[in-house]
Ligand binder design. Structure first.
Ligand SMILES: [Zn+2]
Length: 823
């Protein structure tokens, strides 16, 4: 063994990839015990779980991840790393590598891949999809007849060894490429596959992991990539969003997403090792896939076919070689769920050898066990319903194919927009499909019989839908004055937002009949969001916007809102999870740049607010909190009428999501990833001075969540039911901003019997500094005054505390304080 170690070290140095940290130090393989499987829901987001046998969990972690696990009280047993258990013999020449019973060096691998294209130029091209962290290549062999032409063919993808130490699939994929190319023209089955399918094969999805021991050996291979990230936890997740593992997308992940985005794969698989089982969706949650029966059929077919060619005991794990992913153990951020959910591609995870770094002498046997299954798996694309969707002129359409009373959870498939062709794999039966494309009338085709001998062809020509031009005006709801430069937007549509002209008019052309969410916004007004059904008879759509009497968009400043904890509730521009502000660019968020932490109780308090007669609180928010059947983390809003000494819970219109474990109160829980309006009646607090509190709480663990974002907080005085102030009454609001530099706005209202208000500002000695008598912008009975920090002579006052009061005839309001900061 000493000799082997010395030999490896020489190779590491020779290949120029010797790093200061060895794989063994950076990637630890270990086991630990759990008491209930439900613990995995959390643990899978902390370490990379590899297998679960009974209550024993086998996992990988980098040192940081391991610390986190141990902090939760789990005791681990370190195990030998699977990538260093055995030192395989490497091929000495390309010729040896092509015997398929040695592992190729990295350079031999590159040579072999490009040689395929050289040897079979009409059948194969090599797609260089990009570089790994350490600059190694991710290559795809693309195999089809007429390789340079896009044809009406299903697109299929195999990739292997995204866990770098699970090397069996790597060599089997190289051999499969060779089998398909060399069999073309001789083997009728292979010839038909190459003629009818576009097959993409990526033998090595994590080259830095596989060659972590240097380019000349797979000894010392690691599961993780060179940044010590598990690539099969690094994809966007249907349940947990864009970064379930808390890591940035790795170069290898981005390459896979780009390839999937640029093509229209309908079927794929990724090869792993460490177990012998076909793992089908979903991994992230217990809900079954809409095509669960079909998934069981094709998984069963893979394992049963393997059983014909393998010795007893091979691929018999779990349900005789197949399992639902979640039923085995849940993972987040896996590629299988990503391909299914985000790419409408049916993918399974193929675990094909209990030994991860399979001794080279067993590679040939594993080919024999799996060859027929790998071929048959590709041939799944032959079955179901296929066709081409065009417009009336024969142009291909980007269309969605829905199986009626069957599809849900993103199981609908789409046409390849290049040719309009679609391929919907289905078990035999009778189906109705609906074909839809924006701007066209959806069409339902009934009673399509699917057989087990080939695909049923259903070509569809869609007729253009009637479109409507929408016009209208945006006005001030109080004064009926037109609002110029207002933005009118149809949410989640192909239509770009439009602006009103000086007369408040706008137009949006060629809108298909239907119900849409309109969002209308303008400076100084509360943003309006409204669902409207657009028809031939309803195409003139006017909007009234109202100025809130207190409004914080958090663009110029933080609104005077304060947090009790410097690490939680932050004001500024979000930079995590692709989240952007509701209006402008800035918001208040629990953490602008990432996930919230454990055991947080973060309070965001408003400045003191003087309410009027019929007040309502509105704000826009989105949130992403830890929740399963229990809502662990979340937030709610409370109110104080004693200057913040104590708070009582406020309940929104429509209620909260439920009880939040970390708060011990009702609150918002789970995930709401679209900005949503929250409204709270403040009628019980009318005419009082209040402080509002946004309270966020998290429990002891689990923090790969983005938390709570709020924007555009407004206090609205409800129109129509607004009682004017009582006789001889003057109501004065706290100025905003306060403290201030430059300008501050002071808002007040007064009873109708009073006239000619004067706003008077005094210094600390009680000397009158300034009187304001002209108030340009009365709205909702509220009057606004703006003070620029200058005295009667136009000279800037000194920094400090000032008092202000409204007076009219012999009546006056209470006196309030403000602080002026010098410029
Ligand atoms: Zn794996």
């Amino acid at each position: 063994m000493k000799h082997a170690l010395f030999f490896s070290l020489i190779l590491l140095i020779a290949s120029g990839l010797y790093a200061s940290t060895t794989p063994a130090a950076q990637e630890i393989y270990f086991s630990f015990e759990i008491t209930a499987k439900s613990e995995l829901q959390q643990l899978t987001r902390i370490v990379s779980i590899d297998n679960v046998r009974g209550n024993t969990v086998y996992a990988y972690a980098n040192p940081e991840e391991l610390n986190e696990l141990e902090a939760l009280g789990y005791e681990i047993i370190k195990l030998p790393h699977p990538g260093s258990l055995y030192e395989p013999r490497m091929a000495q020449t390309i010729g040896e590598a092509r015997q398929w019973d040695y592992y190729p060096t990295y350079d031999q691998y590159l040579t072999m891949m490009y040689q395929f294209a050289t040897d079979y130029p009409t059948l194969c091209r090599i797609e260089d999809a990009g570089n790994s962290v350490d600059g190694r290549k991710l290559l795809f062999a693309v195999i089809s007849d007429n390789i340079s032409i896009e044809e009406d063919e299903p697109e299929f993808m195999y990739t292997a060894t995204m866990h770098g130490d699970e090397t069996t699939g790597y060599v089997l994929m190289l051999r499969l490429i060779d089998y398909l190319l060399s069999g073309y023209g001789f083997d009728p089955e292979v010839t038909e596959m190459v003629n009818e399918i576009e097959i993409w094969i990526n033998p090595l999805a994590n080259p830095d992991g596989t060659y972590a021991g240097g380019n000349n050996t797979v000894y010392g291979a690691t599961r993780y990539n060179a940044n010590w990230v598990d690539l099969n936890r690094n994809f966007p997740d249907p349940e947990d969003g864009p970064h379930p593992d808390g890591h940035a997308w790795q170069p290898e992940t981005i390459i896979m997403m780009d390839i999937a985005e640029a093509n229209s794969f309908i079927h794929s698989a990724n090869f792993h090792g460490g177990a012998e089982v076909v793992n089908y969706p979903w991994d992230t949650w217990a809900v079954l896939h809409a095509d669960d029966d079909w998934y069981i059929d094709i998984s069963r077919a893979y394992a049963d076919t393997v059983h014909l060619y393998a010795p007893a005991g091979y691929m018999t794990y779990l349900n005789n070689g197949i399992t639902n992913g979640y039923a085995w153990y849940t993972i987040s951020g896996g590629r299988q769920d990503y391909m299914n959910w985000f790419q409408a591609c049916r993918e399974v995870t193929l675990e094909i050898s209990n030994t991860k770094l399979l001794p080279e002498s067993q590679l040939d046997a594993h080919w024999t066990y799996n060859k027929r299954s790998m071929i048959k798996y590709i041939q799944n694309v032959y079955y179901g319903i296929r066709g081409i969707v065009t417009d009336s002129l024969g142009n291909p359409l980007d269309a969605m194919i829905t199986i009626v009373d069957h599809d849900f959870d993103n199981s609908e498939v789409f046409t390849d927009p290049d040719l309009g062709n679609y391929h919907r794999m289905l078990s035999p039966g009778v189906y109705d499909i609906t074909v839809s494309s924006y701007g066209f009338i959806p069409q339902t085709i009934t009673n399509i019989t699917v057989v087990d001998t080939g695909a049923t062809r259903v070509d569809v020509e869609l007729q253009e839908a009637q479109t409507i031009d929408i016009t209208g005006t945006v006005r001030d709801g109080d004064t009926s004055a037109p609002i110029g430069n207002a933005i009118v937007e149809i949410m989640d549509s192909v239509h770009t937002p439009v602006q009103t002209d000086f007369s408040g008019a706008y137009a949006i052309y060629n809108v298909v009949e239907g119900t849409y969410t309109f969002k209308v916004s303008a400076d100084g007004y509360s943003t309006l969001t409204e669902d409207i059904t657009v028809t031939e008879d309803n195409h003139i759509i006017d909007f009234d916007l109202f100025a809130p009497y207190l409004f914080w968009d958090f663009e110029q400043n933080d609104g005077g809102f304060t947090s009790n904890d410097p690490s939680g509730w932050q004001w500024g521009e979000p930079s995590a999870g692709g989240i952007t502000a509701y209006s402008g660019i800035k918001v208040w968020a629990t953490n602008l740049s990432g996930f919230y932490v454990d055991n947080a109780h973060w309070y965001l308090d408003s400045p003191a607010i003087q309410l009027g007669n019929n007040p309502m609180l509105e704000f826009y928010h989105l949130y992403n909190f830890e929740a399963g059947t229990t809502m662990w983390d979340g937030g709610n809003v409370s109110i104080s009428t004693n200057g913040g000494s104590s708070f009582g819970l406020l309940t929104p219109v429509g209620g909260y999501d439920g009880n939040i474990s970390a708060l011990g109160e009702q609150g918002y829980g789970g995930t709401r990833d679209e900005w949503t309006l929250a409204q709270f009646s403040l009628e019980s607090y009318k005419n009082q001075e209040i402080v509002l509190r946004w309270h966020f709480g998290s429990d002891y663990s689990q923090h790969n969540y983005y938390g709570w974002y709020i924007d555009d907080v407004a206090i609205i005085e409800l129109v129509g039911v607004n009682d004017p102030p009582h006789e001889n009454e003057l109501i004065l609001q706290q100025n905003f901003p306060n403290p201030f530099r430059g300008f501050t706005t002071i808002t007040f209202s007064m009873s109708e019997n009073l006239k000619d208000p004067i706003l008077k500002i005094y210094n600390l000695k009680g000397q009158l500094v300034k009187s304001l008598t002209s108030f340009p912008n009365p709205s909702l009975g509220m009057i606004e005054a703006v003070w620029d920090g200058k005295d009667e002579k136009g000279k800037e006052v000194s920094a400090g505390l000032y008092f202000y009061q409204i007076q009219s005839k012999n009546y006056s309001s209470e006196i309030k304080k403000m602080i002026y900061l010098q410029k």
